[in-house]
Design a protein around this ligand. Structure first.
Ligand code: FAD
Ligand code: NAD
Length: 527
């Protein structure tokens, strides 16, 4: 299966094609004898088939048009109902947006708080750094979703910075001033709001492990703003390297692209960068392309520690073929503006010049999570996030749930975990709230345990793009896992993500970006 997946796929299609050709040849030969008779019986069948195909196409088109019409023309919504409880959702990521999508807003007055007024489809974020996909194709404005709920939903574009659990009060801080300029944490305008129920889905923030110079000089790959910054820095490095009056050493520095962290984020970014180099830079910067080097630095003995050994080997050999240098057992100790320091496997230190450095070493808690933990200090004893029970209730708290990367639920920080938790939580809140519509004082926090089964994650497997139109997959199959890598897996990766995108709008935009790239290449403009 593994690594011969593409060959297997090819064999299958050849065999299938052969059968079709043989059948066609047979039918042509047979038609020699009683051809007129056969043509007669075939015609009605063909006509029926044509009608079915035509009907299906028309049905599909009508349904799509109706979906588009409905999206553009939302119905009138119910206003906030003072007799209902207020449910505040923190965040517009995988967890909170899934809750919002599936929540029956008739049961609650829902308020959403997030510094980001859109949902971001993170699995395709590495593709945005080099223009394989345009940024807006993987962003879905949260107001489109809110406007389609039965009852109005209130949205605050702000960060929750503090919580007073006794008063059930949250402090929100705006990240932009009245002129639209970004403001530093602690300097924005603040607002206070109250909640009856609180769902915390604030994700994580980049972990620099306190490494000096990372915040100042490295690029991250977590939010859309990061992808935009990487694209600008990448093109700046290449354009600066094309000046004639710089030394060769300086040109080589500018064209040295470094990725720190061999987890899936670092691997996918390095893969995209390689494609950009081979497909586009070679065409438009032929004098520079040969000098571009990509290096991936990983502290552990191999990349992708969470993947199957065969997939690790396959990724490492693909990177070798693609001339991406992998430095394993090598830890970045400091980042300066033009070079970084590593600790080599033998313990010695080296200084390596770079033009662009992307830091992808995982995540840690958001500051607000620490504030929430402080409120329930006796039960919240783990600094990596919010400890939750099997019903996603924040331990030690009342009427507070947490999900996704900010919750310590025993599962990996993955989009699929956050989305499944979001579905589970909304389903249970809907059911309990509906059950207790007659009794507004019902205690959902307690009822959830009485009336629900605990949350259980069901893994759909892992997929990662590794460059040169190859992907790797580790998929559950009955009681075991199957692994696959190569070009066929890449097409599987594409179709899986296309079907998982948030909306028809997103899927259409991403598909058209892929087609656009195929015909016109990537856009190499700086912005
Ligand atoms: P997020 O999606 O990070 O959302 C957090 C939300 O909270 C955001 O809207 C943020 O603006 C908001 N927020 C932050 N602070 C505050 C605050 N103080 N107050 C209010 N709101 C706040 N996982 C997979 O399973 N498969 C993949 O292929 C995959 N690819 C990835 C690729 C990349 C480049 C990255 C970075 C991650 C990838 N992941 C993938 C991991 C996945 O994105 C996360 O596990 C997932 O986003 C977690 O969802 P979440 O809802 O917990 O947090
Ligand atoms: P990660 O935690 O998975 O990997 C970070 C890597 O950086 C680790 O291997 C670590 O050893 C290395 N590292 C840390 N400090 C270092 C240093 N100073 N020098 C060199 N190497 C260092 O982080 P990630 O890749 O950002 O992923 C975060 C989460 O998102 C994970 O749960 C991951 O599974 C998920 N994710 C999944 C996908 C996918 O499924 N395709 C894609 C991206 C992210």
């Amino acid at each position: 299966m593994f690594s011969s997946a593409s060959r297997a796929g090819f064999r299958l299609s050849r065999a299938a094609t052969g059968t079709v050709v043989r059948r066609m040849a047979m039918s042509t030969l047979n038609s020699g004898g009683n051809g007129a008779q056969q043509a007669k019986t075939r015609t009605p069948r063909l006509r029926t088939l044509k009608r079915i195909v035509f009907g299906a196409a028309l049905g599909g088109l009508t349904y799509t048009s109706w979906l588009m019409y409905r999206n553009r023309n939302p119905e009138t919504q119910l206003p906030f109902d003072p007799s209902k409880k207020t449910l505040v959702l923190l965040g517009t990521g995988w967890g909170s947006t899934t809750v919002l999508k599936n929540l029956d807003t008739e049961n609650f007055n829902v308020v959403v708080v997030s510094p980001r007024n859109y949902f971001l489809f993170t699995p395709l974020l590495p593709s945005c750094t080099v223009g394989t996909i345009e940024n807006r194709s993987i962003m879905e404005p949260v107001r489109l979703l809110m406007r389609h709920k039965t009852r109005e939903v209130k949205f605050y574009e702000a960060e929750c910075t503090d919580i007073d659990a006794a008063k059930k009060e949250l402090t929100l801080e705006r990240r932009v001033d009245s002129d639209g300029n970004e403001v530093k944490p602690g300097e924005g305008e603040t607002t206070k709001i109250n909640y009856d129920y609180l769902v915390v889905g604030v994700g994580g923030t980049v972990n620099t492990f306190g490494t000096p110079g990372v915040e100042q000089h490295a690029c991250f790959l977590k939010e859309m703003g990061d992808a935009r910054k990487i694209r600008r820095r990448l093109m700046d490095s290449v354009e600066s390297a094309s000046f004639d009056d710089i030394t060769d050493a300086e040109r080589d520095r500018l064209l040295h692209m470094v990725v720190v962290g061999g987890g899936p984020t670092g691997i996918e970014y390095a893969g995209e960068l390689h494609d950009f180099l081979v497909d586009d830079l070679t065409q438009w910067y032929p004098e520079l392309a040969d000098r571009v080097r990509i290096t991936l630095v990983e502290a552990l003995p191999n990349v992708l520690p969470a993947f199957d050994k065969k997939l690790i080997d396959y990724t490492q050999s693909t990177f070798k073929e693609n001339k991406i240098t992998i430095l394993t057992r090598t830890m970045v100790k400091e980042v300066k503006d033009k070079s970084f320091t590593v600790q080599n496997p033998d313990g010695s230190r080296s200084e390596i010049p770079y033009g662009l450095l992307v830091w992808a070493t995982g995540i840690k808690s958001q500051p607000v999570v620490n504030k929430i933990r402080e409120q329930f200090a006796a039960a919240q004893t783990n600094g990596r996030g919010l400890l939750v029970d099997e019903y996603l209730r924040v331990k030690g708290a009342k009427d507070v749930w947490a999900l996704g990367d900010c919750a310590l639920s025993g599962y990996a920080p993955l989009a699929q975990v956050a989305a499944q938790q979001g579905k589970w939580l909304s389903r249970h809140l809907n059911r309990l709230a509906a059950d207790n519509a007659q009794n507004p004082e019902a205690d959902l926090h307690a009822l959830i345990e009485e009336k629900s089964r605990p949350f259980k994650y069901s893994s759909q497997g892992s997929l990662a793009y590794i460059g040169s139109e190859k992907a790797i997959a580790d998929l559950p199959f009955f009681n075991r896992n199957i692994t696959a890598g190569g070009i066929a897996t890449f097409w599987f990766w594409k179709s899986a993500y296309l079907s998982e995108l948030f909306s028809l709008r997103n899927s259409t935009l991403v598909a058209s970006d892929w087609v656009k790239r195929f015909f016109f290449g990537r856009d190499i403009s700086r912005e």
